[in-house]
Design a protein around this ligand. Structure first.
Ligand SMILES: Cc1cc2nc3c(=O)[nH]c(=O)nc-3n(C[C@H](O)[C@H](O)[C@H](O)COP(=O)(O)OP(=O)(O)OC[C@H]3O[C@@H](n4cnc5c(N)ncnc54)[C@H](O)[C@@H]3O)c2cc1C
Length: 321
């Protein structure tokens, strides 16, 4: 256990890996090319099951101290149709500015050594999703901004072909608005995201009482995929391992979960194949179900599918196990 574990990437997956490895008594190098805190394009919706992993990593109290917004309901809006339900357990809204920093700070306080470049070959790869090589025009981009104004305890998703936009409260009384759309469609609005939101009457009505408090941040192109490590010496975690369609709101809990598993596996020197098998079992169903739902969104029949499957079941099927 004496030699240091090098982790590339100190987003949620990398920091979770560091905390888990440190808990096992292994020294850790935590490498990132970005400086923190930093904004990140994300719906900032944290799925309820994240509590278990954050508790076992010893950061649940720090998470609550950041005063995340409590989210109790979900609402799906397709044109004029709505579907809503209570979440079985409360979810949370916290900005990535706060969430990523609190995890990274906890890892550094527990003894992780920060750095900007790896000196040894990294054992844990937590570098996030890779960019897509899809044809120009069809490439998907994500965008987000924080707004001020009336808040709600619901996570709301507005689907309007070929786009969707999610809203939920985060800390400090703000509401995060985050969407995903193909490049061609965004170009119609000259990448003016405010104008894009107004193109859906239901969404325009929802954001009307809100005032934008930050600039728009955007990211892309996005590609949804899973990549299990073929290298016997590298544990891949987080989006680098599995990036699912963000409307599931499960990416962060999957990143924390796989990061924790990777940190423990690396510290105990468990075979990478064993780690991959555990991750495959946890992540396969959410990936497959969200791929079907993405196809339904693209084909404009997400409302039809949502009519068939109860909202709670959809939510459960897209969670990592
Ligand atoms: C539009 C959009 C909305 C989303 N909404 C939600 C949501 O509401 N809820 C949810 O749970 N998930 C959501 N997600 C998914 C979520 O953002 C990811 O699952 C999460 O960021 C994964 O964390 P990670 O640590 O794997 O990667 P990241 O958060 O991307 O962190 C990777 C880190 O690695 C660093 N890095 C990369 N390459 C290198 C390198 N070569 N050397 C050093 N450092 C490197 C980067 O600087 C970064 O800090 C959304 C994603 C998108 C795109």
């Amino acid at each position: 256990l004496s030699s240091s574990i090098t982790i590339l990437g100190s987003g949620p997956a990398g920091s979770a890996a560091a905390l888990a490895a440190l808990r096992e008594g292994a020294p850790v190098q935590l490498i990132d090319r970005s400086s923190f805190p930093r904004h990140k394009v994300c719906g900032e919706f944290l799925s309820p099951e994240i509590e278990l992993d954050l508790t076992s990593l010893g950061v649940w109290d720090a998470f609550l101290a950041a005063r995340p917004a409590r989210i109790e309901r979900m609402k799906l809006v397709f044109g004029h149709r709505e579907k809503s339900g209570r979440l079985r357990q409360p979810a949370w809204g916290l900005s990535r500015y706060a969430f990523d920093s609190l995890l990274r700070d906890a890892a550094l306080a527990a003894g992780a050594q920060p750095g900007a470049e790896a000196v040894a070959p990294p054992e844990i790869i937590a570098t996030g999703r890779s960019s897509a090589e899809t044809r120009r025009g069809q490439r998907l981009f994500g965008f987000k901004a924080h707004f001020e104004g009336p808040q709600d305890r619901a996570v709301e998703l507005f689907f309007f072909r070929p786009c969707y936009v999610g809203l939920n409260s985060v800390e400090s009384g703000r509401t995060n608005v985050c969407g995903l759309a193909p490049e061609d469609w965004l170009r119609r609005f000259e990448f003016d995201f405010d104008a894009a939101l107004r193109s859906s009457p239901a969404l325009a009505e929802r954001v009307a009482p809100l005032t934008r408090a930050t600039r728009w941040f955007s990211t892309g192109p996005l590609e949804f995929r899973q990549r299990f490590s073929a290298d016997a010496h590298q544990y891949v975690a987080g989006d680098a391992l599995s990036f699912v369609d963000p409307f599931t709101g499960s990416g962060l809990s999957a990143a924390i979960h796989s990061g924790s598993l990777a940190g423990t596996a690396a510290a105990r020197r468990l075979p990478v194949e064993e780690y991959n098998d555990v991750c495959r079992a946890a992540l396969r169903t959410p990936f497959e179900v969200s791929s079907v739902l993405r196809a339904a969104i693209c084909a404009g029949c997400a409302d039809w599918l949502a009519e068939l499957i109860p909202a709670r079941a959809l939510f459960a099927l897209t969670r990592p196990r």
